[in-house]
Design a protein around this ligand. Sequence first.
Ligand SMILES: [Zn+2]
Length: 81
Amino acid sequence: MLSTISNPCVRCGKERIVLKTWTALVGKAKLTYTDTACPDSDCQKVINDEILAQKTKREEIETKKAKDKEERAKLLASAKN
Ligand SMILES: [Zn+2]
């Protein structure tokens, strides 16, 4: 089934182009994934940079969380002695 769902670029509003589609089995469900990109390569590059920046920020937060947890565990352990 080919669907033509409108998928405009969040930055420029141009219709995003489908780079590839693939299906994968997740549990018992067959899911279809679609990789899209903005037809404007400069625009897509900015989006990629933003995604990367968000990912980096999220990883930093996760790392900090894990570290805080570790520090708390250490404090608790030393408080017991
Ligand atoms: Zn765009």
